[in-house]
Design a binder for this molecule. Structure first.
Ligand SMILES: Nc1nc2c(c(=O)[nH]1)N[C@H]1C(S)=C(S)[C@@H](COP(=O)(O)O)O[C@H]1N2
Ligand SMILES: [Mo]
Length: 316
């Protein structure tokens, strides 16, 4: 059994001591408030056992857990940064199944227990760069998405993989104010989905995911803008053509759909958002005056070969 109760892992167990001790000094007022807000909901996570270290890890300083759990984007639970931690507390994520279908030889519906048994859980410290210019470093837990995808044997027609988030208006009453079409949709090209860095994520900071972070299962695609990392997945579909995505279809502030970023959405400091530069980012938890340069593919150079010969200014 991988999940053990009760939740007895402490923040200090997974965070370098210096970060832990200096934490308060680096928290800005708003984010500290969010952290305080998230604390009462800690009990909902359970410790994940048997987690092994992964080679897919970066040496960056881990962002304090209170920030990652208190400052979120999860529009189905409200569009404010502190809304999801507050509004997702009663989200029921058990039982939970993920159906894998479309261009596959063996379609399957798996429940969480079956998914958790597919491979050893790994802790991977990844950078996460939101298109809004904030970034975090998170010790996610999970295994490569490819492990799950191989279960169903994609046919030769499968060129893309489409993902869908759970949606039920009773559980997500704020969904109708999300401003984007829901259920939330995302997609990857097949080779991106099969890349070992693409993480099927079930936990963070030693524990199962909190609802606001996409419980019970989400994607983490560290070289793409954060919105590609779709939360609370219920459906995975292999398809022939590039599937629609939530943000692709979005037309905000008088823009036409697709004007912000397209399907690929790779982190790219040289392609500006229509309303801001992407050259720099704010690491949450660091002093708010310090901005760091944003790196191509968020620093994950090993994915560059996936895009060989593609004009990344065009396919952004
Ligand atoms: N279903 C769903 N998935 C989502 C989002 C969302 O609003 N709904 N927001 C995305 C965005 S913009 C980001 S930056 C990350 C945030 O993940 P975190 O809150 O766990 O840091 O989730 C992504 N996945
Ligand atoms: Mo984001």
């Amino acid at each position: 059994m991988l999940i053990r109760k009760p939740a007895d892992l402490h923040y200090s167990d997974v965070t370098p001591k210096s970060v832990y001790q200096n934490r308060r000094r680096f928290l800005s007022g708003a984010i500290a408030a969010a952290g305080a807000l998230a604390l009462p909901f800690r009990a909902r996570a359970t410790r994940l056992d048997g987690v092994v270290k992964s080679k897919y890890t970066l040496p960056d300083k881990i962002t304090p857990k209170e920030i990652v759990e208190g400052y979120n984007n999860y529009y189905e639970f409200g569009t404010g940064k502190f809304d999801p931690a507050k509004n997702a507390t009663k989200f029921v994520t058990r039982p939970w199944t993920v159906s894998i279908e479309g261009e596959v030889t063996k379609p399957k519906t798996l429940d969480m227990d079956a998914i958790l048994k597919l491979a050893p859980l790994e802790e991977r410290i990844y950078r996460h760069r939101c298109v809004e210019r904030w970034s975090i470093v998170v010790p996610w837990i999970g295994f490569s998405l490819s492990t799950l995808l191989k279960q169903v044997q994609p046919t030769s027609k499968a060129k893309y993989v489409a993902f869908e988030t759970y949606f039920e208006p009773k559980q997500m009453p704020l969904g109708k104010y999300a401003g984007i079409d829901i259920p939330y949709l995302e997609g990857l090209r097949l080779d991106e989905a099969m890349h070992p860095l693409t993480l099927l994520c079930v936990g963070a900071y030693g524990e199962t995911l909190l609802n606001q972070n996409g419980a019970p299962i989400r994607l983490v695609v560290p070289w793409k803008y954060g919105y590609k990392s779709i939360k609370s997945i219920v459906k995975i579909r292999f398809v022939e053509k590039e599937p629609p995505t939530a943000w692709d279809r979005y037309a905000g502030f008088g823009e036409t759909p697709g004007e912000e970023y397209g399907f690929y959405s790779n982190v790219n400091p040289h392609v500006d958002h229509p309303r801001w530069s992407q050259a720099k980012e704010q690491r949450l938890g660091e002093e708010m005056t310090i901005k760091s340069p944003t790196l191509m593919f968020n620093g994950y150079d090993e994915v560059a070969s996936l895009y060989a010969g593609m004009d990344l200014k065009k396919y952004h």
